[in-house]
Design a protein around this ligand. Structure first.
Ligand code: CAA
Length: 380
């Protein structure tokens, strides 16, 4: 067993950290207030090859690993969790749907390569108003018409939705068959009838763009069907298994970022004639939180390692997701408390991190759904 990162991984971490501190940090508060996504910065970071880290070079990827990808998501999320989720959805939910699909290599190259370097952006359309935790409750329907498919329906809570050049759309071919007839398509932005609906005004991850996507008689060529009828649900579940490692890494990054802000603050802030770090109650709390962060880190890295080494990783990913995101919520809440009145103010960052942390317990499967996945394997 080896707990050390490789030279390449330390390099990926350093590049992502430098980018986060020099490019993402300035303006992160203003972007949060304005609910503005830093699209130019997203493209700039893409030039490092980050969004294709876990994918093979022949498909435009960097030929790295999921561990590399998790490290990069963690670093950017220490500073800007909105950027972290846009990255994670692009790589693991969109990219994972493409790469795990039955699409031809030509289609895989066409729809994966441009996202790996940030030239194009991808989104993942599974959730609908009636299909949240119950992902099988889809109502979007695809009907065969000659050599095309015609899709009708609507998706919601779609991260990157308004920005995406390509979107994965999960659909039913026959509502009577339910998931047994579920398929998936990759749909290009600008396809007639494919429009962006309501853009959400959110509590946290306010820079990330999240919207409805509407499909009205959207015609898609046969080759864009990336999961055949009956294979769509499994493709979505597989993409989510990988996505949950991304959200876990995002949670880990938020927790580490907020903890570090609290640590620095506690060494500078004096009350009762000494830095508040010298108050044993507060120092003990920080020790407790650091232990929880390291626990989450082990689980996130292990889940990525399991995926990279071809081992079953649905359950490790679910456990890492719930552990790291609960950790993010606890650490950010405590960080606000550590900073007292200042913690409640925007310029200290931790209140934003606390708002950002909340959604990590909810999306890509609520933490209750993660418990369902884990508990389902315990009593066989
Ligand atoms: N990998 C491959 N196949 C899987 C699988 C997995 N991880 N999990 C289940 N399957 C297969 C099963 O083997 C089963 O196959 P058979 O029919 O051949 O037996 C089939 O899928 C159905 O499985 P279940 O009966 O377990 O399915 P279910 O309807 O009970 O649902 C669930 C299971 C885990 C609760 C699932 O619905 C789920 O994950 N829900 C949460 C959805 C979710 O995470 N949504 C987030 C969307 S993205 C987002 O958050 C927005 C964003 O942009 C960030």
């Amino acid at each position: 067993m080896n707990f050390e990162l490789t030279k390449e991984q330390l390099q990926i971490q350093a590049v992502a950290r430098e980018f986060a501190e020099t490019k993402l940090l300035p303006g992160v508060i203003e972007r949060d207030e304005a609910s503005e996504f830093p699209i130019e910065l997203f493209r700039e970071f893409g030039k490092t090859g980050a969004y294709g880290l876990p994918y093979a070079e022949e498909f435009g990827g960097a030929g790295g690993s999921y561990m590399d990808y998790a490290l990069a998501v963690e670093e950017v999320s220490k500073v800007d969790a909105s950027f972290g989720i846009a990255f994670s959805v692009d790589t693991s939910l969109y990219g994972g749907s493409i790469m795990n699909s039955s699409a031809s290599d030509e289609i895989k190259k066409k729809y994966l390569a441009p996202i790996t370097y940030g030239e194009k952006i991808g989104s993942f359309g599974l959730t609908e108003h009636s299909a949240g935790s119950d992902a099988a409750g889809q109502t979007t329907v695809a009907t065969k018409k000659g050599d095309k498919w015609v899709i009708n329906g609507a998706k919601c809570f779609n991260t990157n939705g308004p920005l995406a050049d390509f979107s994965i759309i999960y659909s039913l071919t026959d509502p009577a068959l339910g998931t047994k007839g579920m398929c998936a398509f990759v749909v290009d932005k600008g396809t007639p009838g494919f429009t962006v609906g309501k853009i959400e005004n959110k509590m946290g991850i306010r820079c990330a763009q999240v919207s409805e996507l509407h499909l009205e008689n959207v015609e898609v060529p046969e080759e864009n069907m990336i999961a055949q009828p009956g294979e769509g649900f499994k493709l979505a579940m597989k993409a989510l298994d990988g996505g949950r490692i991304g959200v876990a890494a995002q949670g880990l990054g938020i927790a580490k970022g907020a903890w570090e802000i609290a640590r620095k603050y506690m060494m500078e802030r004096e009350q009762f004639g000494k830095p508040i770090a010298k108050q044993q109650y507060l120092a003990f709390k920080m020790a407790e939180l650091q232990a929880k962060i390291q626990q989450a880190e082990l689980m996130v890295y292990r889940a990525a390692w399991m995926k990279d080494n071809g081992k079953p990783y649905s359950v490790p990913a679910a456990m890492a997701k719930m552990t790291a995101t609960n950790c993010a919520m606890e650490v950010t809440t405590e960080a606000v408390q550590m900073l007292g009145g200042n913690g409640y103010m925007r310029e200290y960052h931790v209140e934003r991190m606390m708002r950002d942390a909340k959604i990590t317990q909810i999306y890509e499967g609520t933490n209750e759904i993660q418990k369902l996945i884990v508990s389902g394997t315990l009593f066989r």
